[in-house]
Design a protein around this ligand. Structure first.
Ligand code: C2E
Ligand code: CA
Ligand code: CA
Ligand code: CA
Length: 279
């Protein structure tokens, strides 16, 4: 491919080509990774402020790359979204999460599971059929499943999102708006969607004790969500001060390192929540 550029540009283009080649290689790897069992399911518990009980887990994916080691979602979710691989990835996560909840159920542990869906999943006319099939395979009670959809994914196609959410909701599952506060939508608009809860983005939770703007956003989000009859989950709760602050504001559910890092799903049953008391 001929390029007519100055020297500086040629170097820049070389860098870009290399970056591009690396991305292409990773896309090829990702294709095989799902089939070759390199994906790992992690789950992170959520705790209800009112009674201190674990009320569910969020399914989070990791990629055990044979050469590069553990890759985090930020390394490959975007890539998967732009290369048509997000559907197989979401399918992998759903089967792994529902299989895990089946194993827990067999041992007497009833644990709601939240699965992240991407904008592409929402646009897929086959989404409901895919979800139904996974439910059927593992005998899942749809009411024990939550789907998390980012605010920005919903805003990409408001009408299409509404229809997909309606159909997911009709299955009986709960719907959460993820990363709330980062998508420049209004809660009034989002309230028209058939959603049950919002998750305040961790960027606001991290900042709320040191930045008064973030504190105002957190407080007003909780109040407005409650006025609209929505539950509020705070993500990224890392310390006791944050926990106390959110509890005092009436936040419903916490997720974050103060409770636990995401755990390998197979290890979760052995984990015990001991409360927020300082060690
Ligand atoms: P998210 O849905 O907002 O997930 C929460 C992220 O915050 C997770 O990062 C989690 O490990 C991290 N986290 C949890 N507690 C704390 C804390 O106390 N402090 C801080 N600083 N971070 C905390 P992770 O696992 O790297 O996932 C990043 C994002 O990748 C997720 O953000 C989600 O949008 C996406 N993702 C992860 N798994 C999946 C998946 O299976 N499908 C899709 N479509 N997206 C996924
Ligand atoms: Ca999420
Ligand atoms: Ca987030
Ligand atoms: Ca409601």
């Amino acid at each position: 491919q001929a390029r007519h550029q100055g020297h500086g540009h040629a170097i820049y283009t070389g860098g870009r080509d290399r970056e591009c080649a690396q991305r292409l290689a990773l896309i090829g790897d990702l294709h095989r990774a799902i089939d070759q069992g390199q994906m790992r399911l992690y789950c992170q518990p959520k705790v209800r402020f009112s009674n201190g009980a674990v009320c569910g887990v969020e399914a989070l994916v990791r990629w055990e790359h044979p050469q590069r080691g553990t890759l985090w979602p930020s390394d490959f979710i975007g890539l998967a979204e732009h290369s048509g691989l997000i559907s197989p990835l979401t399918d992998w996560v759903m089967q792994a999460a529902f299989r895990q909840s089946y194993v827990w159920r067999e041992s007497g542990l009833i644990m709601p599971v939240a699965v992240n869906l991407s904008a592409r999943d929402l646009r897929d006319p086959k989404l409901i059929e895919r979800v139904r099939n996974h439910f059927a395979t593992w005998g899942v009670d749809p009411e024990s499943v939550q789907f998390e959809l980012t605010e920005s994914a919903l805003m990409q196609d408001p009408q299409g999102s509404y229809d997909s959410l309606r159909r997911l909701k009709d299955l009986g599952s709960d719907l959460f708006i993820d990363d709330f506060g980062t998508g420049y939508s209004s809660l009034a608009y989002l309230q028209k969607l058939p959603v049950d809860a919002i998750k305040i983005d961790k960027s606001f939770v991290e900042d709320m004790l040191s930045n008064s703007d973030s504190a105002v956003i957190v407080r007003s989000t909780i109040d407005l969500a409650h006025d609209l009859d929505l539950e509020v989950v705070a993500e990224g709760v890392e310390n006791r001060a944050g926990w106390e602050h959110l509890s005092a504001q009436g936040c419903d559910v916490a997720q974050g390192y103060i409770i636990s890092e995401p755990l390998l799903a197979e290890s979760f049953a052995k984990w015990k929540w001991v409360g927020t008391a300082d060690p």
